[in-house]
Design a protein around this ligand. Structure first.
Ligand SMILES: Cc1ncc(COP(=O)(O)O)c(C=O)c1O
Length: 440
């Protein structure tokens, strides 16, 4: 029987990526947020060490963003995305391509990271076709890659649970090995020394399938969702070189690394490697209104601009692509980033963050600590036969002590808003220290 209308029953909402039964027994509800903190339904303050889900880069409740949304709602709530335009989407696009690495000067809008991934993969396939190179249909991803939850993304992604749950996925996909190597790289600060040779696997995969069948390679410059896996020194450049050699497009999924997370506007800037397509979302609107953006090189965009002018050049887009409310939120976000220097603030704080994190070395169960920009991860030794339980206990204990962290497997991942102050970093480390000391 359905629950009576108006009752606040927790049962109806099947929550995403959540242990639903556990949550509903002891719900953790946020009712407000400001700058670095949430307020819980019980009135407690919780420091947000995860920027929501890696998205609230400017912190919560930022006036420029709130005001932009308010104004937009009363001015132009919606405009059709196909065959019609509105000024803010164009203003936003022009501002964004000023921020991207040189050459990536066209942008398509989506509503999420997952949609940005699908858009990038479809663009890569279609690009080769419009150039008359339609035999390039294969996509190469990587083990432990996370590219959202849609079919293209889970196919190129390398998450075992997706393979177990959802069957065959897309065909014509192959995977690079992941780069996580605890034996050689544990407790390395910033990029690991060992592992660049894993990029050579791309040559092997390409040879197996023949280069003429491969459309694109997609990787996260730093894999976030599967536990903060950093690219070994030289690894990304090798991927770039191999792709160039064989006419293959390189896609960076920067849903996490985009918009200042590494102390540079994009991960491509940090690593000095420019892909052909950059996938973004999250920090684009500070997470406040759903929006994603896919940046492409002009060669890609221009390859589509042929044929009769009244014809649609690319058969792709969403009802909400460049939605007025989302565009306004993104413009307010960019203004906030620029006024406060947030796209590079991570670089100023990175060494303090690094020292603080690595001070936790030696605490019980800690088998690795990793950091880059304002990202940090602590890998825990799993409880035998009960993977994820130890990190989940840490998550619950931290929450009860006023700290929001994220866990994936037995890895604690952190990515605080870029407005964080040193005192707040100290709070994170003290709280985590006490959580780790009391873990079973
Ligand atoms: C690298 C990467 N790609 C894609 C996504 C999917 O984004 P969304 O949840 O907005 O669909 C995520 C989400 O965490 C991500 O980290």
């Amino acid at each position: 029987m359905n629950a009576p209308v108006g009752t606040n029953n927790l049962d109806a909402f099947w929550m995403p990526f959540t242990a639903n039964r556990q949550f509903k027994k002891a719900p953790r509800m946020f009712v407000a947020a400001d700058r670095m903190h949430y307020t819980t339904a019980e009135g407690n303050k919780v420091l947000d060490a995860t920027a929501g889900l890696w998205c609230v880069n400017a912190g919560h409740n930022r006036p420029k963003i709130v005001e932009a949304i308010r104004q937009q709602a009363g001015e132009l709530d919606y405009a059709p995305a196909f065959q019609m335009g509105h000024p803010k989407a164009f203003e936003l696009a022009s501002k964004l391509v000023q921020l991207t690495p040189p050459g990536l000067d066209h942008v398509m809008f989506t509503n999420s990271g997952s949609e940005s991934v699908e858009t990038a993969l479809k663009t890569a396939l279609a690009y080769h076709r419009v150039k008359g190179d339609g035999s390039r249909f294969r996509l190469i991803g990587r083990e432990r890659g996370y590219h959202g939850v849609n079919f293209g993304g889970i196919s190129v992604g390398g998450i075992v649970a997706n393979r177990k749950m959802f069957g065959t996925l897309l065909t014509g996909v192959d995977h690079l090995p992941h780069t996580h190597d605890l034996e050689r790289n544990a407790f390395t600060r910033l990029q690991p020394e060992h592992g660049a040779e894993r990029a050579d696997e791309l040559e092997r995969i390409i040879t197996l399938h023949d280069p003429s069948t491969i459309a694109a390679v997609i990787v996260e410059p730093v894999a976030g969702s599967t536990g903060v896996l950093l690219p070994p020194k030289g690894y990304l450049q090798k991927l770039r070189d191999i792709c160039d050699k064989h006419g293959i497009l390189l896609i960076f999924d920067e849903v996490i690394t985009g918009f200042g997370r590494l102390g540079t506007p994009f991960g491509a800037d940090y690593f000095g490697v420019t892909p052909d397509i950059i996938v973004t979302a999250k920090g684009l609107t500070n997470g406040v209104i759903p929006m994603g953006a896919v940046f492409v090189k002009s060669e890609i965009h221009d390859a589509f601009m042929h044929g009769p002018e009244h014809m649609i050049e690319f058969f792709h887009g969403y009802t909400y692509s460049g939605n007025p409310m989302a565009s306004a939120a993104a413009l307010g976000t960019l203004e906030t980033y620029q006024e406060e220097g947030l796209l590079t603030r991570g670089a100023e704080l990175a060494s303090y963050w690094e020292e603080a994190l690595h001070s936790l070395k030696g605490l019980p169960h800690v088998i690795d600590i990793r950091n880059i920009g304002l990202i940090g991860a602590i890998e825990l030794d799993p409880i035998a036969g009960e993977p994820t339980r130890r990190a989940f206990s840490a998550f619950l204990d931290a929450y009860n002590k006023g700290l929001l962290i994220r866990t994936t497997g037995d890895i604690i991942a952190m990515s605080p808003p870029l407005i964080i102050e040193k005192g707040e970093i100290d709070f994170i480390i003290e709280t985590l220290g006490s959580v780790l000391k009391s873990l079973d």
